[in-house]
Design a protein around this ligand. Structure first.
Ligand SMILES: Nc1ncnc2c1ncn2[C@@H]1O[C@H](COP(=O)(O)OP(=O)(O)OP(=O)(O)O)[C@@H](O)[C@H]1O
Ligand SMILES: [Mg+2]
Length: 185
């Protein structure tokens, strides 16, 4: 596989922004004892009808007109299944979508996590109008950060676009992940 997991997170979260979501939760769980790594993106976007949902992991389904083949979900499904996991999609038109991909933590085929701090920062900064929530658990330890709490501290949502705040967010996530990983092992 060419992609690392953070690129898959970016892709499924961008599906949520494209679906007109106003609230998006990105959750990553790393559990070595259970031998599971899962990534969940939940949104309140337009959702997908059941008949579409059945076909969406097929590489020849997409609503995009500029490109005939949407590859995000089929590729993620293939990647998860190759690593002893699966792709679980739940969606309701007008309500939202939950996309979950699981992987065997110790699978030798599992792509590396990649740069999650940079990915989450790119999502926060790229779509500051969305209420983002990011939760990351490592062996029972948890870290979370929401744009709501950042905006509350800054008192200005537009500042989410500034490079300075972006750097702060990235470093905050990076340090907190290192901290929980240190404690969890
Ligand atoms: N969270 C979501 N909410 C609503 N529709 C979704 C969601 N995720 C996926 N879809 C629908 O499924 C289609 C396929 O998604 P997929 O990520 O596989 O491809 P894509 O986004 O169209 O293209 P690519 O990811 O390759 O740029 C999307 O075009 C969209 O219609
Ligand atoms: Mg996509």
């Amino acid at each position: 596989m060419l992609e690392d997991l953070s690129q898959h997170v970016l892709d499924i979260a961008e599906n949520s922004t494209a679906a007109g979501a106003t609230e998006i939760t990105v959750e990553i769980n790393e559990d070595e004892a259970m031998n599971v790594l899962s990534m969940i993106v939940e949104d309140d976007g337009r959702g997908m009808p059941p008949e579409f949902l059945d076909r969406v992991t097929d590489p020849f389904t997409t609503t995009r007109t500029t490109r005939r083949v949407g590859m995000g979900l089929p590729f993620l499904k293939q990647s998860a299944e190759l690593c002893g996991g699966k792709l679980i999609l739940r969606s309701k038109p007008g309500e939202g979508t939950r996309t979950e991909a699981t992987f065997s933590y110790d699978s030798i085929d599992r792509p590396p996590m990649g740069d999650i701090p940079a990915t989450v920062t790119a999502l926060f900064m790229g779509h500051p109008e969305i209420n983002w929530k990011y939760i990351h658990r490592v062996n029972g330890m948890e870290f979370s950060l929401s744009t709501e709490e950042i905006v509350e501290a800054l008192e200005d949502r537009e500042l989410l676009r500034s490079a300075e705040v972006g750097l702060w967010i990235r470093d905050q996530i990076k340090e907190s992940l290192e901290e929980i990983k240190g404690k969890a092992r």
